[in-house]
Design a protein around this ligand. Structure first.
Ligand SMILES: [Zn+2]
Length: 552
């Protein structure tokens, strides 16, 4: 049994295919370019007038874990204002800013996404995060587990243990938490906040004696030496603070030439020039990315309107609580590991700062030359809900649309931005890189993000339209592992995704000291902390796909 997709224009940057008409076949959930002799076509889709891409991959979206549920609880107005009725296919749900789990899966699939990665899994909270993600249908998932503010790592660094010992701990955490990457949020800063410190710059020592630079150097080396494909995923120091671009540049340098991914870099690209002492440093940041091949970044574009910010960065969320809209906020410490802060926020185009943040994000997109190293995100829901992606794609692809939007933002912000002078318009090929091929490559998902022979049949088909936003908002067909799940922008079949993980090798002896640490300080014992693959499948409800690591 084969499905034939005929006459579509293929955008497959992993194989340098740029809009060429080519037939594809789906056999056994995989893509093939020739119909095997023993197969018969049982279903044909005429895709003349259509664009064909792999299923999109969101490498940074907050869709699971405690802070997302806190956000849902705090945004009851939003939940009530956006009810989603169930039908004979989909379950009911609600929410625009932080949709409920089912709705999150449906909305992503309806936009042609087939995989989403949660970037802030607290080790102690990993079980709940995976349960929530397993409850999110349609898409594959994966998590980045948080280190760099935990007492155990900082204690190891205080004792000056070897890099090999740190590598064992990092590998153990990945294994125990069933994650695919390591994330660090405001390295050392969240820990320092617990000691009443309100700032920690890259070369300042925190209460445990380590600087953010030292933490990032150790962790990026650990990830690299363990052979984990996804580079250390870094939320840099001083988020949102005017002048923070210098900390961002120092953070890039802290990786010592090893791969490093800077997340929501828009929030870390601010200068101090002008009457408001707040300016764009997008040019400096984009130039640094262009000149530093080991650096990748996702933008974290903001969009105007109501949203909610959810972050592990208690230090900076505490700083931002005065701007809460509506007026309610949460900041908390979590065990000996981390913290989190949740603050509703409304970005306004007539606010100088918000307007300039909007422009800075777009300036970064347009000034980073290589679309393989810059990723399309709004840091959902921090910059905007993920459902704003089609609008963002239109801003990148259509200069006059972008300039019209620019002309109505705060006038002083217009004067502080050179966005209007930027001619660049992203092509469909470049959008396919940013949203498919590049995220798959940086995550090590070899059978996703492309349409090559043997790839998983995650395929999105868009009917060509003049309005690119409309086109990306409502694909005409979406296949997940060969099953047609969305037709004309609506879910027609509900499927489950898998959880992508890595399991690097490590010396099991690391559990000796961890076991004592757990007994002395944690609320959970070490054996109960670990999530086994059997538990993922039988209790949490998600199959696990392990991706190989090549130790260096
Ligand atoms: Zn984030």
């Amino acid at each position: 049994m084969a499905i034939k997709l005929t006459g579509g224009e293929i955008y497959d940057p992993a194989h340098q295919v740029d809009g060429k008409k080519q037939d594809l076949y789906i056999v056994g959930g995989k893509i093939t370019h020739e119909l095997p002799d023993n197969e018969k076509v049982t279903e044909t889709h005429d895709l003349n007038g259509c664009i064909v891409m792999a299923g999109a991959i969101d490498l940074h979206t907050h869709i699971g874990g405690g802070k997302v549920n806190i956000a849902r609880t705090m945004m009851l107005e939003d939940e009530h204002a956006h009810p989603h009725d169930g039908n004979h296919i989909c379950r009911s749900g609600n929410g625009h800013v932080v949709p409920s789990t089912f709705s999150t899966g449906y909305r992503y699939a309806e936009m042609g996404y087939t995989a989403c990665f949660e970037p802030a899994v607290l080790p102690v909270n990993a079980r709940q995060a995976h349960m929530e993600m397993a409850d999110t249908p349609m898409v594959d998932k994966g998590g980045y587990v948080l280190l760099g503010n935990d007492d155990f790592l900082l204690g190891m660094m205080q004792k000056n243990v070897s890099q090999a010992a740190i590598n064992d701990y990092v590998a153990w955490i990945l294994d125990a938490s069933q994650c695919i990457g390591i994330k660090v949020v405001n390295a050392g800063g969240v820990h320092a906040f617990k000691y009443n410190q309100r700032r920690l710059d890259v070369d300042e020592s925190g209460p445990a004696g380590s600087t953010p630079r030292e933490i990032i150097t150790k962790l990026s080396r650990a990830v690299h030496e363990l052979g984990v494909t996804h580079p250390l995923h870094v939320h840099a120091s001083n988020l949102g603070i005017p002048g923070n671009f210098k900390s961002t540049l120092a953070t890039m340098a802290a990786a010592d030439g090893l791969p490093i991914h800077l997340t929501h870099i828009q929030f870390h690209s601010y200068g101090t020039e002008g009457d408001y002492k707040f300016s764009s440093a997008a040019c400096e940041i984009a130039e640094a990315i262009n000149n530093t091949p080991n650096v990748t970044a996702d933008v974290g574009q903001i969009m105007f309107g109501q949203t909610i910010t959810t972050s592990g960065d208690t230090m900076m969320q505490y700083f931002g609580h005065e701007h809460a809209h509506p007026k309610k906020w949460t900041v908390m410490d979590i065990e000996c590991e981390m913290g989190c802060g949740v603050i509703p926020f409304k970005y306004r185009d007539k606010s100088f700062v918000n307007a300039l943040q909007w422009a800075i994000g777009l300036e970064i997109f347009l000034q980073v030359n290589d679309p393989w190293r810059v990723f399309l995100t709004t840091d959902h829901p921090n910059g905007a809900p993920f459902t704003s992606y089609p609008h963002l794609i239109k801003l990148l692809m259509n200069r006059s649309f972008r300039n019209d939007a620019f002309n109505i933002i705060h006038e002083d912000a217009q004067k502080m931005s050179n966005l209007a002078s930027m001619d660049r318009e992203y092509s469909l090929y470049e959008i396919a890189i940013m949203t498919r091929a590049a995220p798959a490559r940086i995550l090590g998902l070899t059978s996703q993000g492309h349409l090559g022979e043997g790839a998983s049949a995650n395929i999105t088909v868009y009917r060509k339209q003049d309005d690119i936003e409309q086109m990306f908002a409502k694909p005409s067909l979406v296949f997940k592992n060969g099953t047609l799940i969305v037709k004309d922008g609506e879910v027609i079949k509900v499927v489950k995704g898998v959880t992508h993980v890595v399991k690097p090798e490590y010396d099991k002896g690391v559990e000796k000291s961890l076991s004592k640490y757990f007994d002395d300080y944690q609320t959970i014992s070490l054996p109960n902390f670990k999530i086994s693959t059997d538990e993922m499948i039988e209790c949490i409800g998600s199959d696990v796909e392990v991706h190989p690591c090549t130790p260096k």
